[in-house]
Design a protein around this ligand. Structure first.
Ligand SMILES: *[C@@H]1O[C@H](CO)[C@@H](O)[C@H](O)[C@H]1NC(C)=O
Ligand SMILES: *[C@@H]1O[C@H](CO)[C@@H](O)[C@H](O)[C@H]1NC(C)=O
Ligand SMILES: *[C@@H]1O[C@H](CO)[C@@H](O)[C@H](O)[C@H]1NC(C)=O
Ligand SMILES: *[C@@H]1O[C@H](CO)[C@@H](O)[C@H](O)[C@H]1NC(C)=O
Ligand SMILES: *[C@@H]1O[C@H](CO)[C@@H](O)[C@H](O)[C@H]1NC(C)=O
Ligand SMILES: *[C@@H]1O[C@H](CO)[C@@H](O)[C@H](O)[C@H]1NC(C)=O
Length: 218
């Protein structure tokens, strides 16, 4: 313990917190996960009825939400959502804040829909354990929230083909696990964050990005 560096200690505290939260959710998480999906279903327009036909909340038993379209659970017999994939369903509406009640979620794919409005400023509070987040091919506008830099487990963040504007938060360089970061076809400008692993192609088709793998900022 004495020899542990501050950084290592910090990492241990984070891991222990993570495990404590997960075990808490193991016991109490399932009611809130059902409520989470119910609220998401109610908050989104579902013109093709993908959720309407599959997400049936009558007579829910342990594990029944795990058989819903796009839902993957930690364990097939336990109503605790691990990943949610609602890609390419023609969904409309705002980013569903109710996702906060899927408290053990690690993956969210909303790509290829018609979601609009801002990415919530408190995305870190809504998705504290998210590892992969795909919001590409939607109609999100406004800035990329700084707080996404607090989603410290992020491995992959895809925001391509939206209407995002302003600068990319420099704080994203704090995301040490980030391997994939793509923001092509938006309206972003200014310096890109210091992420040596991210190639120039990931920034293509924006208003005026510079620095990093792109031409230097003037
Ligand atoms: C609920 O589901 C269980 C198990 O599938 C079944 O035995 C029961 O009859 C169902 N109840 C209703 C009200 O549909
Ligand atoms: C979500 O589902 C789509 C279509 O089935 C698939 O192409 C995509 O890879 C999935 N996303 C994730 C993160 O697994
Ligand atoms: C989460 O669920 C609780 C009830 O379990 C509810 O009061 C709260 O509004 C929900 N939060 C969101 C963001 O929907
Ligand atoms: C996208 O959002 C903008 C406003 O932010 C709106 O003018 C436009 O019609 C939207 N496009 C689609 C395809 O929903
Ligand atoms: C990140 O989280 C910390 C602690 O909760 C908070 O004080 C800080 O404001 C957050 N940063 C951003 C950019 O939201
Ligand atoms: C950039 O935009 C052009 C023209 O719309 C398109 O042909 C090209 O595929 C886009 N590049 C990327 C990486 O999306």
């Amino acid at each position: 313990m004495v020899l542990m560096s501050g950084r290592t200690f910090c990492a241990h505290v984070i891991i222990i917190n993570f495990l404590l939260l997960l075990s808490y959710n193991l016991i109490y998480g399932t009611e809130t996960d059902i409520f989470c999906l119910k609220s998401i279903k109610n908050s989104l327009e579902d013109p093709y009825g993908y959720l309407k036909s599959s997400w049936d909340f009558n007579n829910i038993t342990q594990g029944s939400i795990c058989r819903f379209t796009g839902v993957e659970c930690w364990h097939p017999n336990e109503n605790r959502v691990l990943n949610l994939n609602l890609s390419n369903m023609g969904l409309k509406g705002q980013f569903p804040r109710a996702i906060q009640n899927c408290t053990s979620l690690t993956g969210l794919d909303f790509s290829i829909n018609k979601l609009s409005g801002k990415i919530p400023a408190d995305i870190d509070v809504l998705l504290p354990f998210v590892v992969t987040l795909d919001l590409s091919y939607n109609n999100f506008s406004g800035e990329i929230p700084k707080s996404v830099a607090n989603c410290s487990y992020l491995n992959s963040l895809k925001l391509d083909r939206n209407a995002l504007s302003g600068r990319i938060p420099g704080e994203l360089s704090f995301l040490t696990r980030l391997r994939t970061f793509t923001v092509t076809n938006n309206l972003l400008r200014g310096p890109v964050p210091n992420l040596p692993q991210v190639p120039a192609e990931s920034y293509a088709n924006n208003s005026d990005l510079c620095g990093g793998p792109l031409p230097p900022c003037s």
